[in-house]
Design a protein around this ligand. Structure first.
Ligand code: GAP
Length: 478
């Protein structure tokens, strides 16, 4: 597919998410709260499927190294609130901040380092600071960590932070994992979980929110091998994102300039995606950072404990280097929603042909109607199979359809629907990306076959019920 494919506007994605139960504004009945989102019945399923795919590709079925052997990565689930000294050592208390600028005239707030990207909220529409009456403050540093207090007394001693990244929990457990498992360098520790940042200006739906989920892996290796592993993880991470069905031309690498590197990082390359709101530029999806020995050295010093490694063969003692592929799970959900959303023209009943991608701005051709279809890779789709009785007022069809539904739901997340014309029921499933529909009709009762409908081609085939599960298993794994 070429790069000039029409990108779906973010508003269209947001409205589908609300309409079909992928993502809602948090606390909506109270007017919402800026920067927070709730994942609805389909959204949580999609998010869990991406999460599980990442976990499998990192921990349970980690990639093969240059010798064709699996690399060793173990999992972790650390607490969200940690000893606040950890955040002093990591540099977050002192340096995890964004520069912000306020407008005294309209009270709007902007990130000083992205000022050119903002519009002034007043009319007529102009860039931030461009109205004559705009009155911008000097940039001030604003720490992004959310604070809370542990225990009954609110004081400086009881102040703690919600973690702004999952990574530090991994460094705090480096020694535990080394002492209690039989890992040897190089190895990785992977973690998925919530992170919190009091972003100055959360925006673009879930792209930049104040509560989000990360999937991070810290890869501990010998300093002499760190460049080799940086290349390895770059390749591997790009391969994984593509394996989710993201078009090759929608993903790029971007090396960080020296002046944009985070305080801990010696080098960093981002995997960037062509979001509708950044196009024609790309925006960050994942960062792969060379953290050197920064974190283990810092925690070693602050906790007064040696966080190093002794090579069991050479007895060489050193502080490992760390390569960190750090991605956003919730940002990944947004990418998959943008990527899957497709508007098509499909032939009406009795008209020959298959679906064609709709051309924006042109009206639907004669004999065609339009449909929205979410083309998720089957293994990531929130619902895998929908089961329909052809008619709801024929008890024998309903009974058979319920029987098929109860069988299939033991293997996959299935949906049963008997309401409305069959064509409309198919469309409702297309819009949430269900890869297969199974329809039970009168022939089913006679010869034990059903109609299996493919979401993408809309082709229907007759298949024996005895073979249905085996057939679906193969197709739903892709
Ligand atoms: N431990 C390194 C680290 O946290 P980061 O680049 O700040 O690095 C990693 O974050 C990933 O987390 C980003 O690439 C992005 O996908 C996601 N992320 C960061 N801030 C986010 C936010 N405010 N909202 C949603 N996702 C965010």
């Amino acid at each position: 597919m070429s790069n000039d494919r029409q990108l779906t506007p973010l508003d269209t994605i947001v409205s589908l998410c609300k309409r079909r139960g992928f993502i809602y504004q948090s606390s909506e009945i109270y007017g919402g709260i800026n920067g927070f989102w709730d994942y609805g019945p389909l959204g949580v399923q999609l998010k869990n499927n991406i999460r599980d795919d990442w976990w499998r590709s990192m921990v349970e079925c980690a990639p093969l190294d240059e010798n064709g052997e699996p690399v060793h990565i173990v999992g972790l689930d650390s607490s969200i609130i940690q000893n606040p000294r950890a955040w002093v050592a990591s540099g977050h208390v002192g340096g995890f901040s964004d520069p912000m600028i306020d407008c005294r005239a309209c009270k709007a707030r902007f990130r000083a380092d992205h000022l050119e990207e903002y519009d002034c909220p007043r009319k007529p529409s102009k860039k931030a600071g461009a109205h004559e009456s705009c009155d911008l403050t000097e940039p001030r540093e604003f720490n992004l960590m959310f604070e809370t207090f542990v225990g009954a007394v609110k004081s400086d001693e009881s102040r703690a932070y919600l973690r702004p990244e999952t990574a530090q929990g991994i460094f705090l457990n480096y020694k535990n994992v080394l002492d209690t498992t039989r890992v040897k360098l190089p190895f990785g520790i992977a973690q998925i979980g919530k992170a919190f940042r009091n972003e100055v200006t959360p925006r673009n739906f879930v792209f930049r929110s104040r509560e989000f989920e990360q999937m991070e892996m810290e890869w501990f290796c010998h300093p002499d091998e760190s460049e080799k592993w940086m290349d390895f993880w770059k390749r591997e991470r790009m391969r994984w994102w593509r394996s989710l069905g993201i078009r090759e031309e929608h993903l790029i690498f971007r090396d960080h300039e020296a002046d944009e590197l985070a305080h801990y990082s010696k080098a960093c390359v981002d995997v960037e995606y062509l979001y509708p709101f950044t196009a024609p530029k790309y925006g960050e999806l994942e960062g792969i950072a060379h953290r050197g020995c920064f974190d283990l050295t810092q925690h070693g010093t602050h906790a007064e404990m040696k966080l190093d490694y002794t090579d069991p063969v050479t007895n060489e003692r050193f502080v490992p280097n760390v390569i960190e592929p750090a991605s956003g799970l919730t940002r990944g959900v947004l990418v998959l929603l943008c990527e899957a959303y497709t508007e098509e023209w499909v032939p009406k009943e009795g008209v020959e042909g298959g679906p064609r991608e709709a051309v924006s701005g042109e009206s639907t051709p004669e004999g065609y109607e339009s449909r929205v279809v979410m083309k998720f890779a089957p293994r990531l789709a929130p619902v895998k199979v929908a089961v329909f009785p052809l008619l709801k007022n024929k008890p024998e069809l309903v009974a058979k359809a319920r029987e098929v539904f109860k069988e299939l739901r033991q293997h996959w997340h299935c949906f049963y629907d008997q309401t409305g014309a069959i064509g409309r029921r198919y469309r409702r499933q297309d819009e949430i990306g269900t890869p297969y529909g199974v329809t039970i009709d009168f022939d089913t009762l006679a010869d034990n076959t059903v109609t299996l409908r493919d979401r993408d081609t809309m082709k229907q085939e007759r298949i024996s019920l005895d073979e249905l599960s085996g057939h679906l298993a193969g197709r739903l794994a892709s």
